[in-house]
Design a protein around this ligand. Structure first.
Ligand code: MIC
Ligand code: SF4
Length: 639
């Protein structure tokens, strides 16, 4: 049977369900990755499962998110993660070694393998032909223990690339063009597969920029074929033996298709405050820029930074602009240092940051009040930079460099001849900051900020709940559970971090939820887009949120709600959202039976005669998780 590349990889890993059935499937996971902001929970959960060592081919624990260490909390988390990695058989990438997705691509990614990561940008691995998926930490913990990963049978969309990019147009513009066409919910429930004659001209780091930001489309994963470009990259990483050729069958059938002629693309930007507010940079009026930030898992590869260095060489950053650069990995940074490009960047006035997520997750470098910041990152949600009224534009490294020089949001095509940067023949290989797991048992180090995991109660048969909050479309997990330098250090302390649930939207939310004891949240479309942070489910659960009723959910967040015992419901008739307001009381009865049944059921609103019809679309597996009050309870009960 002819197959898409996606189906080939899924088929080879299928342990449950049937492809094309439209129902839930379970797949075997070859590799996992965690990062520190979600990893502490993942390893606490793995520990609670009482499995001595991971059962994957490879698991890596990265420290890249919280490296500011403004107090003891981050450093304690690092010590916990290092000792847990040694204990459970996980490789540990030390702080300073780089951003998880960049390092994983360089040193571990393998075409045709599955990768599950506790970070929503795990699909970056699709750039090297992996089926790489982001998930909550608990799902990753289960996969580390050898359990299957369950996902809704995805629709497969082919993006057919034709032609070749023009000078000054880059991989970032390809994914911004897709965001312009499909929006931040256009990829929900889908895997995006790239094909066509345009693919061959894109290097692995360029492909990784595209698959990385597939997360912003809401896609489950994005995947490129594994071809000569993949081999060239792996050879340059001294890993040619990891290569295998992979592509779709000629006549494979897809659920949908998008065609992009690369030659017609122009430099694009995403305007505040959503990655899909895309426009050609030369269509914008003159916009003064205060900050330019280059880095993040989207655009911090060796080639990206070499292009920036070539553009800045011998010139000076505009006096009104603060330019900060965070190279994606120690490999990138040391190569820039040894070939002199780092000096070009510093001579031009760039400020050098550690190889880590940094400003992308609000860990430092918050812009000034009302500032315009141009970033090569993937998310520009309101307030994520740490400055509530800053305006963040997402753009390619070329636009970022041009803007740093001119002081306004600039079209790089005004700069003259474009720099030509080829993939290096060899990357600099030094894995000394990746610690292999210890052979023998080690003690786990646990600082005082590392608190035990809270568990949800089993699902009650009758729930009477006040509506604690009514929200709009596209609410992000940054809205639900903000990050940044003040809150991120509390990721291993649920009681403390729950003080900040919905903080930016409703600073009184936590007090309101506590006073009510339990409650419900209602929302529009695509609720929970963005990060994989399970804290956006775990902390509301801790505060007594039992149900979220929305017009639609983002995939990872919905799975996290179920894993932590919060019932995700949708409207049978979406317009019924208008019948609910903050403060009203609702009642659900016969809930335990309703959850096991796939029929719609009634939600009664105090003071209204007609109930609202709601539905859950849970699989049997998910229904059982909810009845037990979450996946950890199920796992515990089964031990
Ligand atoms: C993000 O980009 O929002 C993060 C921080 O990497 C998150 C993970 C987290 O919240 O820890 C993600 O994308 O999943
Ligand atoms: Fe880190 Fe930003 Fe990438 Fe998230 S999106 S992994 S915070 S660099």
């Amino acid at each position: 049977m002819v197959q898409s590349l996606t189906h080939k990889i899924l088929e080879a890993h299928l342990v449950n369900g049937r492809l094309g059935s439209g129902e839930e499937i379970g797949i075997r996971i070859d590799q996992t990755l965690t990062q520190d902001a979600t990893g502490t929970m993942a390893y606490l959960q793995f520990e609670a499962m009482d499995i001595p060592r991971v059962k994957t081919d490879l698991s890596v624990s990265y420290v890249d998110h919280n490296t500011l260490q403004t107090g003891f909390e981050n450093a304690d988390d690092h010590a916990f993660l290092q000792s847990a990695a040694a204990r459970f058989g996980v490789n540990f990438s030390r702080p300073g070694n780089g951003i998880c997705h960049q390092v994983h691509l360089e040193r571990f990614g393998k075409p045709g393998k599955t990768l599950l990561g506790s970070d929503s940008h795990t699909p970056t691995g699709g750039g090297i032909g992996m089926l790489a998926i982001g998930a909550g930490g608990l799902d990753v913990a289960v996969a580390m223990g050898g359990g299957a990963f369950y996902l809704p049978d995805p629709k497969v969309v082919r993006v057919w690339l034709e032609g070749k990019l023009q000078d000054w147009v880059s991989a970032k513009d390809i994914i911004l063009e897709l965001l312009r066409r499909l929006s931040v919910k256009g990829g929900v429930g889908k895997i995006i597969e790239y094909a066509g004659p345009g693919v061959a001209s894109l290097t692995v780091p360029e492909r990784a920029t595209i698959t990385n930001m597939g997360a912003e489309l809401g896609a489950t994963a994005s995947v490129f074929p594994s071809d000569e470009q993949t081999l060239a990259f792996l050879r340059a990483q001294e890993r040619a033996e990891d290569w295998a050729e992979l592509k779709a069958d000629e006549d494979a059938v897809y659920d949908d298709e998008v065609v992009i002629d690369l030659a017609t693309l122009v430099p694009l930007v995403a305007q505040p405050h959503s990655p899909d507010r895309v426009i050609a940079v030369n269509e914008l009026a003159d916009i003064q820029v205060n900050q330019v930030a280059i880095g993040s898992c989207t655009n911090s590869s060796y080639s990206d930074l070499m292009r920036v260095a070539a553009i800045l060489k011998g010139k000076q950053v505009h006096p009104a602009v603060s330019l900060v650069i965070a190279p994606g990995s120690r490999q990138v940074l040391t190569m820039l240092a040894s070939n002199g490009a780092l000096t070009d960047l510093l001579d031009a006035g760039a400020r050098l940051l550690e190889s880590a997520c940094g400003p992308c997750i609000g860990m430092g470098q918050s812009p000034s009040s009302g500032a315009v910041s141009v970033r090569t990152f993937n998310r520009n949600f309101e307030g994520r930079s740490g400055t509530a009224d800053a305006k963040v534009y997402l753009a390619s490294p070329e636009i970022a460099a041009a803007s740093a020089l001119t002081g306004h949001l600039a079209d790089p095509r005004t700069l003259g001849a474009a720099p030509v940067i080829d993939l290096p023949e060899y990357f600099r290989i030094d894995d000394s900051m990746i610690l292999p797991p210890a052979a023998e048992d080690t003690n786990i180090r646990r600082g005082p900020n590392i608190k035990p995991l809270p568990l949800a109660p089993a699902l009650a048969d009758t729930l009477e709940l006040p509506v604690l909050l009514k929200l709009e479309n596209n609410i992000t997990t940054d809205d639900i559970m903000p990050a940044g330098s003040k809150i991120l250090p509390l990721r291993s302390n649920i009681p403390a971090i729950s003080e900040y649930v919905f903080h930016k939207i409703d600073p009184g939310f936590t007090a309101k939820a506590r006073a009510a004891g339990q409650g419900m949240v209602i929302a529009g479309q695509n609720y929970g887009q963005g990060s994989s942070r399970e804290h956006a489910a775990l902390a509301p659960m801790y505060l007594g949120v039992r149900v979220v009723l929305a017009q639609g959910f983002a995939r990872i967040h919905r799975a996290n709600l179920i894993n932590f015992g919060i019932l995700p419901l949708t409207f049978v008739n979406e317009a019924d959202l208008s019948r609910l307001a903050e403060g009203v009381k609702v009642k659900l009865t016969g809930l335990r039976a309703a959850v096991l049944n796939s029929e719609p059921f009634a939600l009664f609103i105090e003071g209204q005669a007609e109930p609202i019809m709601v539905q859950h679309n849970l699989t049997q597996r998910q229904a059982e998780i909810l009845l037990a009050g979450g996946l950890l309870n199920v796992t515990k009960n089964s031990l």
